[in-house]
Design a protein around this ligand. Structure first.
Ligand code: ATP
Ligand code: MG
Length: 299
C-alpha cells in the first residue's frame, strides 16, 4: 500500500487493513477481506491531562496488549478476539505484538466502570453529593477507602474530543434498554470480582476499572471488547504499600499506570500550551512499572 509514514501519516499503512479511526492511544483498522473483522493496534503513545505526550514510550503498546490478552484468557465471558491461524502473517512483527484481531461489534455507548475503592473522580463526586453515579455510599469515606462492595458506576461514552459523563443506572436503561443494562452491570461486576480475587493472590489491589461491551452480530451475544484490565483502563495498587499505615497516602495509593508521567508533568509544566518532552529517565521508569504489573499478575 501507500507508505503513509513517509507522507507524515504516522505509519498507519498495513497490508490487508484499511485505517478507520485514531484514538488517543490506539489505531483501529477495518479488514479489506473480512467485513466482520477489525484490527486494534495499541500505539506507544501516552496521554495525560488530555494531551498526547512526546516522545512515545517504547514497549508500552506491546506490554498493554500482552496484559489485555492474558486477562481475556483468564475470564469466563465471551470476548471479541478472533484470531484464526496465521492472522498476523502479513503484519510486521513489531505491529503484531501490539495488535488484536477482533470481531466488529455493535458497541454500547457506555463505559462500564466498576469501583471497589473510592478515589479519583468517584471520590470527587462522593464529596460533592454523597453518591457516585446515583449509588448511595456510607458517610465518612475518604481517599483510597475500600467500598462495602464493588459498585457499577457507568459513564456515557462521549463522541471523540468530549469528556465522558458519569451517568446513573437508570440512564443506562434509557440508553440501551432494561435487559442489556442489567447484563452490562452484572457482567461488569462479575469480571471485576474475578479479576480482583486473582490480582489479590499476587499482592495487587484492583481499585477500579473500565470495560466496554458490544453485541456480536454473528452470535447476538453481549461480548467483552476493547482492552481489558490494563493499566490504561484500570487503577492497580500494591497491596503491601496500601496496607502500610506508616506511609503517606500518595505512596500507599501509587498505581501501576502513567502516574510517574503525571507527577513529572505536574512538577515541570504549568499546564499552558504544549507539554514539555518527557525525559528519558521518566520514560524508562514508566516502562519498568508497566512491565512490573505484567510480571506480578501473569508470571
Ligand atoms: P480515547 O482517545 O478517549 O481513548 P477512544 O476510546 O475512542 O478515545 P481508543 O480507545 O484508542 O480511542 O480506540 C479504540 C476504539 O475502538 C474505541 O472507540 C472502542 O470503543 C472501539 N472498539 C474496541 N473494540 C471494538 C470492537 N470489537 N468492535 C468495535 N469497536 C471496538
Ligand atoms: Mg478508549
Amino acid at each position: 500500500g501507500i507508505d503513509l509514514e513517509s507522507m507524515g501519516g504516522g505509519g498507519r499503512s498495513l497490508t490487508g487493513w484499511r485505517h478507520m479511526y485514531s484514538g488517543k492511544v490506539r489505531e483501529v483498522y477495518e479488514s479489506e477481506t473480512d467485513a466482520d473483522a477489525l484490527l486494534v493496534v495499541a500505539s506507544n503513545r501516552v496521554s495525560a491531562f488530555d494531551h498526547i505526550l512526546e516522545p512515545e514510550i517504547p514497549g508500552k503498546g506491546e506490554l498493554l496488549t500482552t496484559l489485555s490478552r492474558w486477562w481475556f484468557d483468564q475470564l469466563d465471558v465471551p470476548n471479541h478476539i478472533r484470531e484464526p491461524e496465521g492472522w498476523d502473517a502479513e503484519l510486521p512483527a513489531e505491529v503484531a505484538a501490539r495488535s488484536m484481531r477482533v470481531a466488529k461489534l455493535e458497541m454500547f455507548p457506555v463505559e462500564c466502570v466498576v469501583r471497589g475503592y473510592l478515589t479519583g473522580s468517584g471520590l470527587k463526586e462522593y464529596e460533592a453529593t454523597g453518591t457516585v453515579c446515583g449509588v448511595d455510599l456510607p458517610e465518612g469515606l475518604g481517599d483510597g477507602d475500600r467500598l462495602p462492595e464493588p459498585i457499577f458506576t457507568p459513564a456515557y461514552k462521549a463522541p471523540q474530543g468530549e469528556h465522558d459523563e458519569n451517568i446513573t443506572f437508570e440512564r443506562v436503561v434509557e440508553l440501551v434498554g432494561e435487559e442489556p443494562a442489567a447484563a452490562l452491570r452484572d457482567l461488569s461486576l462479575h469480571i471485576f470480582n474475578l479479576a480482583s480475587e486473582r490480582a489479590a493472590t499476587r499482592g495487587v489491589i484492583l481499585a477500579d476499572t473500565k470495560f466496554e461491551f458490544g453485541v456480536d452480530p454473528a452470535t447476538g451475544q453481549i461480548t467483552l471488547a476493547d482492552e481489558v484490565l490494563t493499566s490504561d483502563s484500570s487503577r492497580y495498587w500494591d497491596a503491601d504499600l496500601y496496607s502500610n499505615a506508616e506511609l503517606p497516602l500518595s505512596e500507599r495509593l501509587s498505581s501501576f499506570d502513567k502516574q510517574i508521567v503525571r507527577n513529572w508533568l505536574r512538577e515541570n509544566w504549568d499546564g499552558e500550551g504544549t507539554p514539555p518532552a518527557l525525559p528519558q529517565e521518566t520514560i524508562e521508569r514508566t516502562v519498568a512499572r508497566y512491565r512490573e504489573l505484567l510480571e506480578r499478575l501473569a508470571a
